[in-house]
Design a protein around this ligand. Structure first.
Ligand code: SAM
Length: 857
């Protein structure tokens, strides 16, 4: 595309789009570099697709790929990855494996929650891998085809897209370095005196031969909060009373130096100070803080001193000076994380996060670092130090190590500690500069214009349908991180701020709970579904910490039409991927592979609604997209997705999500599976797949899969019994002691049946009294009988009134499925109201029935 201007008219055309940021038009224009980067919805996206996309035609499309899982944390030591921090990040090297697996050179990859744009870096790096990584990948993926892919990146946050833009756009390394050093020298000349201190040894100021004091250069100053003793009302410097300097620890309990009372920090109030803020034109009251330690260098040697008269006068002088440059003074929005600094230190505006000294120097550097490409990279050096240069940076004893650049920011919060480290901006800048130089060298070979970036909600209607070849995405996970609040400091400096309305998070202040989060995620996935080419894949990665949120994501995915084909988590000990089949207790990184079914399938599926054929159409299409033989450590992996129970679950969910009646019950489904498809090791295959499996089977053993199970309810108890009985048939007496050991705690509301009932309802017993798993000929009868019992139990619940306190969740599941077929949606909703909310949120099936029924009611 040609170089463009972003005009006010262009902006007018996209102003109505979800996620349009909060900013003046001129600031959006100043931050953007059109056509490839805009700090608002990108008006040039269609053109990008027209230029780089390949049209989709089902008749000629022969794309086929199996789902893939790789370690999403690999590559965290990479200098490119580490050049600029963000609240969470997926390393580009991890994403490269996915892109190489699913796409070919020139394809378009999309990420709508792009954050720092690692998906774009990965897409481009496929054309420029470093040699060690290249060798490693070629070993793992013998058929790999190298070559850069194109990418479209989108994020709601202007800070994120600004970082992403810098990560993805090549720059003249030499010119950048010269410019950065020039600016640094200029500002040092102007403001260097602010970080000077007199060199003092044993209380004596050192002098040079000409009698002048030897001056040191401050590396950092430690500041301490001042508290008021609740007993005697005297002030105490926290550093003096609570820090054990010898052992480098903060004491929980300390003594008031005035009245000897034993105190805890939580029992004391902070002393406050009032001053006139000339920027706000108002009197401001904030927590009182005093400098307590200075770490400085003379030549290459580092020293420490207690601030003396000279230092205090210097700080006073800076505090009373006017700042001749612009700096942000935005008021912090109401929020979940923004309340903490307001409450603790009276920090209500962005500039109050900085000492006056650091604010002056940052403002001077900022002024000189805008806005052409070189200068955007300079601003990146500055955004890279905005957090560590703020009062968020805690002094820790390990931050004395000059090599420690991490600082003590409490990630994921805006927490201001009681003992702060005011790092010199010059030192912070120099360090970040060398990191950003590594970045610009690393991306030097990127082609200009290979990546298009915009600032908008992932739910934005972007472009033509069926235009994207692959999606890799790492969405926000529930309420873990409040991105718009955490990025507020960055965005205030950039003068373009996130529009939080479509932000897909759970946040009480924004009035967003789990249902709102799920609805926002569904909107985003709907759009993902629309733009992805049929038969193509999406990888969704996230760190799971709450099952209810994971269920909300699954539900959102399925509602938008995606079919989940594989869910895995990394087994850190074995560094291999484990399949995840139960939703319970997976508090780790999950990789979900989902595909968009072909149009012809969707057409036929809808046309056949009401006949049993839809179930088999679904199974056929699903099997086509599942791996055939996965070999790990010379063992063929048993794939849960090919087992009857999961095929049944997926089939049911797909029908329900598409508003089509489920045409068959589990018993008939199992029988039908056996008649129509080929069974190997308890998995089902299409006839043209079975040879491949058999060949793999001859060469390798079959893995004995043992899913990690926590038996806390009937469902997991049955799964556990299946695992035991798959190994060998066993008597009640064999099973009982192990079972008792397995079941340590039962879910709060679960009426867990006795072991004997579980066995009778799900398994068969031979003449020796041993229980075994029914074979296909009998499985259907067993399933039918069990369902009858569960329904009876459920009908018992329906007869009662008021909240249900103990129940069999399996009976609720069976009951809801039955009510759904009978179209008794209101009864589902009413019954759900009698159940604890957590039970619905924690169970993907119940959630599906209740959610969809609520819509219909
Ligand atoms: C987990 S982070 C992605 C981090 C990214 N993978 C990286 O490596 O930097 C999730 C991102 O989703 C963004 N976000 C939240 N709601 C959004 C929405 N509705 N549309 C687009 N982006 C959104 C946040 O701003 C955040 O950057």
């Amino acid at each position: 595309m040609e170089k463009r201007k972003l005009t006010k008219e262009d902006i007018d055309k996209v102003r109505h789009i979800e996620g349009f940021p909060i900013a003046k038009d001129e600031d959006i224009i100043a931050l953007s570099n059109p056509p490839y980067y805009t700090a608002c919805p990108n008006p040039f996206m269609e053109e990008f697709i027209r230029e780089h996309g390949t049209p989709y035609d089902e008749a000629t499309d022969d794309y086929h790929c199996e789902p893939f899982a790789a370690d999403v944390s690999e590559g965290k030591n990479d200098p490119i990855y580490n050049a600029h921090s963000y609240h969470t990040k997926v390393p580009h090297k991890a994403i490269m494996r996915y892109i190489l697996h699913y796409t070919k050179p020139g394809d378009i990859v999309f990420d709508g929650f792009c954050g720092t744009g690692m998906t774009g870096v990965a897409a481009q790096m496929c054309g420029n891998p470093d040699s060690a990584f290249k060798m490693q990948i070629e070993k793992e993926m013998p058929n790999v085809v190298w070559g850069a892919r194109k990418a479209i990146l989108s994020d709601l946050s202007p800070a994120a897209t600004f970082i992403a833009y810098n990560y993805n756009t090549p720059v003249d390394v030499e010119a950048f370095q010269i410019e950065a050093e020039r600016i640094l020298a200029e500002v040092e000349k102007e403001c260097g005196w602010m970080y000077e201190t007199q060199h003092v040894i044993n209380g004596k100021v050192q002098t040079s031969i000409d009698g002048k004091p030897v001056m040191g250069r401050i590396n950092y100053t430690v500041w301490s909060d001042v508290f008021i003793c609740p007993t005697c009302s005297n002030e105490m410097v926290f550093w003096d009373v609570a820090v054990d300097k010898e052992n480098g620890k903060v004491r929980d309990i300390f003594t008031c130096p005035h009245c000897r009372s034993e105190l805890k920090k939580t029992g004391c109030k902070r002393a406050q100070e009032t001053h006139i803020d000339t920027k706000l034109n108002d009197t401001v009251t904030m927590a009182k803080q005093v400098p307590v330690l200075i770490n400085y260098s003379v030549g290459k040697k580092r020293y420490e001193k207690t601030p003396d008269e000279y230092d205090l006068t210097l700080i006073e002088k800076i505090d009373s000076m006017e700042i001749p440059y612009w700096y942000p003074a935005n008021e912090l929005p109401n929020g979940y994380n923004t309340e903490q600094p307001k409450r603790s230190h009276g920090v209500k505006h962005v500039h109050q996060f900085y000492t006056r000294r650091n604010l002056v120097v940052l403002a001077a550097l900022w002024k000189k670092s805008h806005i052409n490409r070189q200068k955007a990279a300079l601003s990146l050096v500055l955004t890279g130090i905005l957090q560590i240069s703020s009062k968020q940076s805690a002094f820790r004893y390990d931050s004395r190590n000059p090599k420690n650049t991490a600082g003590g920011i409490l990630k994921g919060t805006l927490y201001i500690p009681s003992i702060q480290r005011e790092g010199s901006i010059f030192e912070n800048f120099e360090r970040r500069l060398s990191a950003i130089i590594s970045l610009v060298i690393g991306i030097n070979k990127f082609e200009k214009g290979a990546v298009l970036i915009q600032t908008a909600s992932a739910s934005r209607k972007k472009t033509e349908k069926n235009s994207i070849d692959y999606i890799f995405t790492d969405p926000p996970f529930g309420g873990n991180l409040n991105y718009s609040e955490l990025s507020f400091l960055w965005e205030a400096w950039l003068k373009v701020v996130t529009n939080p309305t479509p932000e897909a998070i759970m946040n009480t202040v924004q009035g967003k709970g789990l249902p709102e989060y799920q609805a926002l995620m569904t909107q985003c996935f709907n759009e993902y579904y629309r733009v992805l080419k049929p038969g193509r894949w999406m990888t969704v990665e996230f760190h799971n910490s709450q099952n209810a949120v994971w269920n909300a994501i699954q539900e959102a995915l399925q509602r938008s039409g995606f079919i989940i084909a594989d869910v895995r988590t990394l087994d850190k000990q074995q560094s291999s991927f484990k399949q995840v089949t139960t939703t319970s207790a997976v508090k780790q990184d999950l990789v979900i592979s989902a595909y968009k079914p072909k149009d012809s399938f969707k057409r036929e599926f809808t046309a056949n609604a009401g006949s049993e054929e839809t179930a088999w159409m679904f199974v056929r299409q699903h099997m086509e997209n599942l791996p055939v033989a996965v070999i790990k450590n010379d063992q063929v992996e048993i794939l849960a997705e090919r087992q009857a129970f999961l095929l049944f679950d997926r089939m049911v969910a797909y029908h329900i999500m598409n508003g089509i009646p489920v045409p068959i019950d589990s018993g008939d489904f199992y029988k039908g599976l056996d008649d129509r498809f080929l069974d190997r090791d308890g998995m089902y295959f299409l006839s043209d797949q079975v040879n491949e499996y058999d060949t793999a089977r001859i060469k390798n053993d079959v893995e004995d899969i043992q899913f990690e199970l926590f038996v806390t309810n009937e469902k997991s108890a049955i799964a556990w019994l299946y695992q035991q009985l798959r190994i060998k048939s066993q008597t009640y007496q064999d099973l009982q002691p192990q079972f008792m050991q397995e079941v340590k705690t039962v879910d709060k509301f679960e009426a867990m049946p006795e072991l004997s009932v579980l066995l009778e309802e799900n398994f068969l017993q031979n003449e020796n009294g041993k229980w075994y798993i029914p074979d296909v000929t009998k499985a259907s009868d067993v399933a039918k009988l069990r369902e009858k019992k569960l329904i009876k139990e459920f009908e018992g619940y329906l007869e009662g009134k008021g909240k249900l306190k103990a129940f069999r969740t399996e009976a609720i599941r069976a009951g809801f499925a039955k009510l759904w077929t009978e179209q008794k949606y209101k009864l589902i909703v009413d019954t759900a109201e009698r159940l604890p909310e957590s039970v619905i949120a924690e169970d993907d099936k119940l959630l599906m029935y209740v959610d969809l029924s609520s819509g219909r009611v």
